[in-house]
Design a protein around this ligand. Structure first.
Ligand SMILES: Cc1cc2nc3c(=O)[nH]c(=O)nc-3n(C[C@H](O)[C@H](O)[C@H](O)COP(=O)(O)O)c2cc1C
Length: 195
């Protein structure tokens, strides 16, 4: 099959599927939550996590004011809620009330933690930088909430128990009905693939 080479990025979905997380924030007496597919780990030590958010989002205003945010990872059974937080604006609706979202108490920050998340980070903002039409918000992870039963001994996700919300772009979500996890020894692969 011939590949097309274009200069434009189109809808920019080439790098999907990505986990759709829910970014939470508290400010001005309000809790808010929004879906985000653009987020990334940045450093182990100190533990840093980045989220990429448009300054147009109500969530951005809350984070810029409070200097804190939460990153919540929900199971695929909560994909509708993830979509709902991405399809509504905190400036117009209290999503926690409207969608009856259960919260856990944060440990080190004031950000709401979603009770149904299998893992969530509480982050303190260390950098807020504009890149084109989005902002990269880098947070230091100061507390991790995680459901131990959702992970195996090496702390990788137990896909037999929980699957993440995988987003393909354009409102398409990936459902994993059967998974085939392969463990590949990296040094073995590096030597066996050598020609
Ligand atoms: C699956 C999904 C992923 C999204 N990812 C991002 C993202 O990474 N960054 C962003 O700024 N907006 C993203 N959005 C859009 C926001 O979630 C959306 O604009 C939301 O209404 C913002 O809520 P707020 O105004 O309450 O902050 C995404 C939406 C969906 C449905």
């Amino acid at each position: 099959m011939d590949k097309t080479i274009s200069e434009g990025i189109g809808a920019f979905y080439h790098h999907y599927p990505r986990i759709a997380a829910v970014i939470t924030a508290r400010g001005a007496g309000r809790d808010n939550a929004m879906a985000a597919a653009w987020h990334t780990p940045i450093s182990f030590s100190p533990p840093l996590y980045g989220v990429v958010i448009s300054a147009k989002r109500f969530t951005y205003r809350l984070i810029a004011d409070s200097k804190e945010f939460g990153v919540n990872f929900l199971p695929a059974s909560e994909a509708e809620l993830v979509a709902a937080t991405g399809g509504s604006k905190g400036a117009e609706v209290d999503k926690f009330l409207a969608f009856n979202i259960a919260k856990d108490e944060p440990l080190k920050t004031a950000v709401p933690i979603l009770h149904n998340a299998y893992a969530a980070y509480e982050c303190r903002l260390v950098e807020d930088k504009v890149y084109g039409d989005h902002r990269l918000l880098v947070g230091e992870i100061v507390a991790v909430h995680w459901l131990k039963a959702a992970f195996i001994e090496d702390e990788t996700l137990n896909l037999g128990k929980v699957s993440p919300v995988l987003y393909l772009g354009s409102d398409h979500y990936l459902g994993i009905t059967e998974c085939n996890v392969r463990t590949l020894d990296r040094e073995f692969c590096a030597s066996s693939l050598r020609v």
